[in-house]
Design a protein around this ligand. Structure first.
Ligand SMILES: [Zn+2]
Length: 418
């Protein structure tokens, strides 16, 4: 056992105690707000984090008008090491209440269903959560039945804060320059909107916002939006015979003609992509359908757009006086397109997980992350597990031991990176 692993073995982790405090601060974000951050209350956690970082001796820790938290640990070694950035988000999902969260620790879990005391109909069933059955003997944190827990992503926040605490209380452990960033509004897709990359200036970034212990997510969807406008022919309905071409009916024919046994969210999994209508509005004269297009292979997005166009043309052959317009726009890209050229960024994290005693695996996310946007903004940024499960729901849970393994991973990663 080397020096560092001995020190980690002797370390009293602080992530649980931090986590229990952070989840009680309501930081729900709001998709309908146009302000930044979308809700002011997110800053309540930013202020707490800055205060705790400063008390740990990280004097430069600060928050800005947008609620971002930045803190920098200078290198304490003469060995040249790249700057690493660890990120987590402070907001919780708008899908489920985050007000008055009452976290409960279920010590020494033995495979039972977890009944949440404030609403006895809320039961986390072991059979519905295969990952829970891998937690025998561990301590599980849940909410009390009326709110989400907020492990997404306060587990990640607590794990990173604990790693900072470890370095600050073990100054003889050598590390390179380390940047810490906590972001608001990730859950509403705006987490990178006001980020100051000039302040960060790191070579490798890692979000701690993944699910299962040992997972490193290096692939996200590539995503486009596609909006289709149908221009029909409007007539007085009493005098419309052989003249009216209703844009509403044309739009509904297009929707009906979409494949639903394939290429749809309901019929795909793993690496399969889809075409998904997310909004429709219209009058007889004009109708609009908004789609999202998703695939791990970016060039398929073009094919999906062409598919919608050819379907529309085919349907319009029955409506000779109607026309259509469309616009396809990039939303985000699969971060693996960049990460594939920087295998060392993944290697450091995989090796760190091995040192923490885990069996690491590379996985993909059927969605996007702040990391996918950051990667294309110049900070390559895969996603390390934080242990959060069943997120955005009242059944959310996290294991205390997984949180500690995530902190260990961060500490070893700083040793691995070169
Ligand atoms: Zn998250």
């Amino acid at each position: 056992m080397n020096n560092l692993s001995q020190k980690i073995k002797n370390y009293s982790f602080t992530s649980l105690e931090r986590f229990l405090r952070y989840v009680q601060i309501d930081t729900q974000s709001d998709p309908y707000s146009s302000r930044f951050p979308s809700t002011e209350k997110q800053k309540n956690l930013s202020i707490v984090l800055v205060d705790e970082l400063q008390k740990m001796g990280v004097e430069n820790a600060h928050t800005d008008e947008f609620g971002y938290v930045y803190a920098f640990l200078a290198s304490n070694t003469t060995i040249e090491k790249p700057t690493l950035c660890f990120l987590a988000h402070i907001d919780t999902s708008p899908d489920c209440s985050g007000t008055h969260v009452k976290p409960i620790v279920h010590f020494n879990y033995q495979g039972q269903d977890l009944v949440l005391p404030d609403d006895l109909t809320q039961i986390i069933k072991a059979n519905d959560h295969p990952d829970l059955l891998e937690q025998m003997g561990n301590d599980i944190v849940t909410a009390s039945g009326t709110t989400l827990l907020g492990a997404d992503n306060k587990a990640g926040v607590a794990e990173i804060m604990d790693a900072v605490h470890f370095w600050q209380s073990n100054p003889d452990v050598k590390h390179g320059p380390i940047q810490i960033v906590f972001t608001p509004d990730e859950e509403v897709g705006r987490g990178t909107e006001k980020i100051d990359l000039g302040k960060i200036n790191a070579k490798y970034g890692y979000t701690l916002d993944g699910e299962k212990r040992g997972h490193l997510e290096n692939e996200t969807f590539s995503a486009d939006s596609f909006s289709l406008i149908i221009k029909g022919v409007s007539q007085h309905p009493g005098f419309a015979k052989n003249r009216m071409e209703s844009a509403i009916k044309i739009a509904s024919e297009i929707i009906t003609a979409l494949p639903n046994k394939e290429l749809s969210p309901e019929s795909t999994e793993n690496k399969e992509g889809f075409i998904h209508p997310v909004g429709i509005q219209g009058t007889v004269e004009e109708a609009k359908i908004d789609f999202i297009l998703r695939d791990f292979d970016t060039k398929n997005l073009q094919l999906y757009g062409e598919f919608i166009i050819s379907l529309t043309k085919e349907i319009l052959t029955s409506y000779p006086h109607s026309t259509f317009e469309y616009e396809q726009k990039e939303q985000y890209r699969n971060m693996n397109e960049i990460l594939v050229n920087h295998p060392e960024c993944l290697e450091f994290a995989l090796n760190a997980m091995k040192k923490a005693g885990l069996e690491p695996s590379l996985t993909s996310i059927r969605g996007g992350t702040d990391g996918s946007r950051l990667t294309f903004m110049g900070l390559q940024c895969p996603n390390i597990f934080a242990g959060e499960h069943a997120f955005h729901s009242k059944h959310e849970w996290v294991s205390v031991q997984d949180m500690q393994k995530a902190t260990e991973t961060v500490i070893y990663l700083a040793e691995e990176a070169r």
